[in-house]
Design a protein around this ligand. Structure first.
Ligand code: GLN
Length: 333
């Protein structure tokens, strides 16, 4: 066959379309805004579930907040609803702490010293540690996340926090603050996490002082973010480690794949399998009501809505991301 000029252009279009399935099959990028607006209106009125209340400050958050943001790998930002409302990042922080622990120690240390298998149990499960002979968990449940803090560089609490907060700021592309009332509230009621850290210590699966690392972990969970911040932060994972806004590489693409793998198997705790089955995107939730999800090479999305299901995952955020992912044909499986 003789290739004419037009055939070559046609072939290029086909190749490009196949290379970026999620955004190519779906509407033009301008239509992403309509999809976010539709998600907002579709789920605005139904608001089932309950705020987390085991951290008293979270019970007081207005449950009607609903914010959605999406960032594409070419750095375009879309949003709908309460996207400028700050809330505590909670367990979504775990993926960023894991990223730093990996960058500092290498990925194998995470496997050897924490574990990377799903526990299939609640995020704060003690049983998960007890029933596994190697005391292996993963960095996205409390046990593994507090242990990940214990692996971070820094000789004391101040040094550790300064390294970790600077790392979060790079992802957010701005300086993030801590919600001091949330930090205090969680510190005052932190007996369960302290027990987890002590238990890990007793099994030689904790790598520093309990008080120091628990304080840093509690502080990281109390970082104030907006839905827009979270989408910007997660866009680094969508873009293989390079920040779509600053164009700076924050982490190796090898480590990004590993973070996304753990998000896929454990990001929504014991509901992660159901989430992968239904939505098909690596994601991470927090009891503050946020969820991030990543479409590798395409976009990140973050939704904030405080009311949770029994596993601790925001119900409306799950529904909205499910809808958006479906509209954008983003299921990676
Ligand atoms: N700070 C919370 C805790 O340690 C985080 C839990 C979560 O968001 N699932 O319990």
């Amino acid at each position: 066959m003789k290739l004419t000029h037009y055939t070559i252009i046609l072939l290029q279009v086909v190749v490009f379309t196949c290379a970026s399935p999620a955004l190519a099959k779906s509407p033009q990028k301008a239509a992403i805004q309509i999809i976010l607006d539709n998600a907002y209106h579709k789920f605005k009125k139904q608001n089932p579930g309950e705020n987390a209340d085991y951290i008293p400050a979270l019970a007081k958050v207005d449950p009607t907040y609903f914010g959605l943001a999406l960032v594409t790998t070419d750095g375009k930002i879309y949003s709908a609803g309460d996207v400028s409302q700050p809330f505590s990042i909670q367990s979504i922080s775990k993926v960023f702490t894991l990223s730093l622990a990996m960058e500092q120690n290498g990925p194998q240390v995470i496997v050897d010293k924490i574990g990377v298998n799903a526990t299939g149990l609640a995020f704060n499960s003690v049983t998960a540690i007890e029933q596994n002979k190697a005391r292996s968990v993963n960095p996205l449940v409390n046990a593994g996340a507090i242990a990940a803090v214990s692996l971070l560089d820094g000789k004391n609490e101040k040094a550790k926090w300064s390294g970790l907060s600077a790392w979060y700021n790079k992802f957010a592309n701005r300086k993030l603050n801590v919600l001091e009332d949330v930090y205090q509230s969680e510190t005052d009621t932190n007996g369960h996490n302290r027990a987890i850290a002590e238990l890990l210590t007793s099994y030689d699966r904790f790598y520093g002082d309990v008080d120091t690392n628990l304080a840093v972990y509690t502080r990281q969970c109390s970082v104030a973010v907006t839905a827009k911040d979270l989408a910007v932060m997660a866009s680094v994972f969508a873009n293989n480690g390079i920040h779509p806004l600053t164009k700076k590489r924050l982490m190796s693409s090898d480590n990004v794949s590993r973070v996304l793998a753990v998000m896929t198997t454990a990001g929504l705790y014991e509901n992660s399998g159901q989430w992968a089955y239904q939505v098909g995107l690596p994601a991470k939730s927090g009891v503050g009501g946020g969820i991030i999800a990543v479409s590798p090479g395409q976009f990140s999305v973050a939704v904030f809505s405080p009311r949770l299901d029994s596993a601790g995952n925001s119900i409306r955020a799950q529904q909205a991301i499910d809808f958006i992912a479906e509209q954008l044909n983003a299921n990676i499986f």
